[in-house]
Design a protein around this ligand. Structure first.
Ligand code: SAH
Length: 553
């Protein structure tokens, strides 16, 4: 078997990133765009010891879950990974991904997992309220706009994206006609020359308000009034602006925004809460599902109006403001100062007076609050009824989990965008005495492999006097992890987070490097000087990450 060989593969599974998995001669092959049940012809692109990557050449027998692609450029574009999979099947895949991670990485028992059915969308297209189209020039010198091809900066010409608002196409048509008419150049990444880099469009799905922001390699736009005149004709147009970005970087937006016409922001709602969104603000991109996701967080929090709630990793305060409507007091913590500015402003425009926001790392602010409180109150423990966390993909910091366990809130609501780190953190919280009550995945991003999950944990019996007063990660029963997550758990975690397959031998090498005990049989060659393969750097880093994740180092 060698590179460029053509294989006939039956697709029997699906990888974490959505690629189909087939086996041939004992080797595992990952085939992008192939789905479970397909029989395909695929060409070997990359061959490793036990697995490889193959390119889909032809679908010989289509799976019963295969549907016609809606978008003609879906294969080239990096946006949709599983559009060829029937939506019902996508939901099944995501639900299984969460379940499997909880079992394999979290070590939860399969039969007693309190999984609720995934929350899907009725209309899984046109759901994004934000689009950023790169602008460039094709070989014939025509201005093009579209999307980057997967893992590249090559622009796929496409003005109609089926995930975005339908109006985006009309807006792009008008921006490009204006550029052609007024001979405004597109930016060229290679030379750093040319003016227009990106077109950023945001739509308020509830209010109907539209924002267009041109990201330019300069500080002005020639004949901008012609562009404004054209865009103004679109119903709902509310804000037209320029964003100045002269840097030779991949970062899309610069720091400075110049309003060309209208307001500097649009408004939109999630539930009853109103948000002001400027070109630089963070805002959830699927407001329909966000309402369901945060509605679940609110339901799980079981608020009656008397509770003190912490919302950690609060961003612009979306969850905090949702919760504040039903709680006595909400404290939000977020690392990005501009997001906290937005959160405070959003609290103000909604007349919400019981939400306070702090800038900083959740793992610094909460532990410090806990310690200061004890110092000021004669050793008394700071208390919260509910703690909500919505961390980025890397999950919660160990110091934060420890403080949460010390504070012992009645309920913990964990909103996660990465079920691998979720599973790891839930294990820590459950070993600290919490009980897993509900797990519900929510599909925020149809056609992609991403999945969000909301989890409810309850304090259960933990508060009885029998239990020691202070928990710490050191004296908690972490045997499942401190002895080491199992080799299987580490392998699963590495595959899930980095796509790499690692052997037990490599894991033992890296464990040993960090001074951890390894099983007697690992890495000890029978003969004195026998050659043992050394773990490549990329895998070493992935394994080290896993060891950290499992709090083993
Ligand atoms: N619930 C938020 C979004 C959460 S996304 C909303 O709807 O707006 C995760 C957030 O965590 C991001 O805003 C990110 O800036 C923030 N973040 C990342 N690391 C953090 C840390 N160590 N402490 C606090 N916030 C952090």
């Amino acid at each position: 078997m060698k590179k460029d060989d053509i294989l006939r593969l039956e697709i029997i599974d699906i990888g974490a990133d959505g690629a189909g998995i087939g086996k041939a001669d004992g080797m595992t092959f990952f085939v992008k765009d192939a789905i479970i049940g397909d029989v395909v012809e695929a060409k070997i692109m990359k061959l490793k010891k036990s697995y490889g990557y193959a390119r889909l050449m032809k679908v010989l027998e289509p799976s019963s879950c295969r549907v016609a692609l809606v978008c003609p450029v879906a294969k080239q574009c990096g946006g949709c990974q599983i559009q060829e999979m029937a939506y019902e099947e996508q939901l099944r895949f995501k639900e299984n991904k969460v379940r499997n991670n909880l079992i394999r990485i979290g070590g939860f028992a399969k039969d007693s997992l309190p999984m609720e059915p995934i929350v899907g969308m009725e209309e899984p297209f046109y759901y994004r309220n934000k689009a950023q189209f790169p602008v460039g020039t094709d070989k014939e010198g025509h201005i093009i706009a579209g999307f980057y091809a997967a893992r590249s900066h090559y622009i796929i010409h496409n003005r109609k994206c089926y995930l975005g608002a339908e109006i985006n196409e009309e807006i792009l048509n008008r921006v490009i006609s204006y550029m052609e008419r007024e001979q405004v150049t597109a930016y060229d990444e290679a030379s750093g020359k040319g003016l227009v880099r990106h077109v950023l469009i945001r739509c308020g799905f509830t209010t109907g308000e539209i924002m267009v922001c041109l990201v330019v390699n300069g500080d002005r736009l020639p004949k901008s009034e012609a562009l404004v005149k054209s865009l103004q004709e679109i119903p709902g147009m509310t804000s037209i602006s320029l964003n100045v970005n002269r840097e030779r970087t991949n970062v899309i937006l610069g720091h400075e925004v110049k309003v060309l016409w209208g307001r500097g922001y649009i408004e939109d709602y999630i539930g009853d809460v109103k948000y002001q969104i400027s070109p630089l603000s963070f805002f959830q991109v699927n407001p329909v599902q966000t309402k369901k996701l945060y509605g679940l967080a609110l339901e799980y929090a079981q608020l009656t109006g008397k509770e003190t709630v912490w919302d950690l990793y609060c961003g612009i305060g979306t969850i905090s403001l949702f919760l504040a409507q039903k709680a006595k007091q909400v404290y939000g913590v977020e690392i990005v100062p501009a997001a906290i500015e937005d959160a405070k402003n959003n609290a103000k425009i909604n007349h919400i007076g019981n939400a306070e926001f702090y800038v900083g790392k959740a793992e610094d602010i909460l532990p410090k609050y806990y310690e200061d409180y004890a110092a000021e109150h004669g050793g008394e423990r700071a208390y919260a009824d509910v703690i909500v966390v919505d961390p980025p993909r890397k999950g919660c910091d160990a110091a934060l989990l420890e403080t949460m366990l010390n504070m012992r809130p009645e309920r913990i609501v964990y909103v996660s965008c990465d079920s691998a780190t979720l599973a790891r953190d839930l294990r820590v919280l459950c070993d600290g005495g919490y009980e897993l009550i509900k797990v519900r995945p929510v599909d925020q991003f149809p056609m992609t492999t991403h999945v969000e999950t909301v989890v409810l944990l309850s304090k259960g019996e933990i508060d009885s006097k029998k239990v020691r007063v202070e928990f710490s990660l050191e004296d908690m029963n972490m045997s499942g992890f401190q002895e080491g997550a199992t080799y299987g758990q580490i392998k699963d975690y590495v595959l899930e987070t980095s796509g790499l397959k690692v052997s037990s031998l490599y894991i033992s090498q890296i464990k040993r490097k960090h001074g951890l005990e390894v099983g007697k049989n690992y890495n000890l060659s029978k003969k004195e000087n026998a050659r043992v393969p050394n773990c490549p750097l990329e895998k070493e880093q992935a394994i080290t990450e896993a060891l950290k994740h499992f709090h083993m180092i």
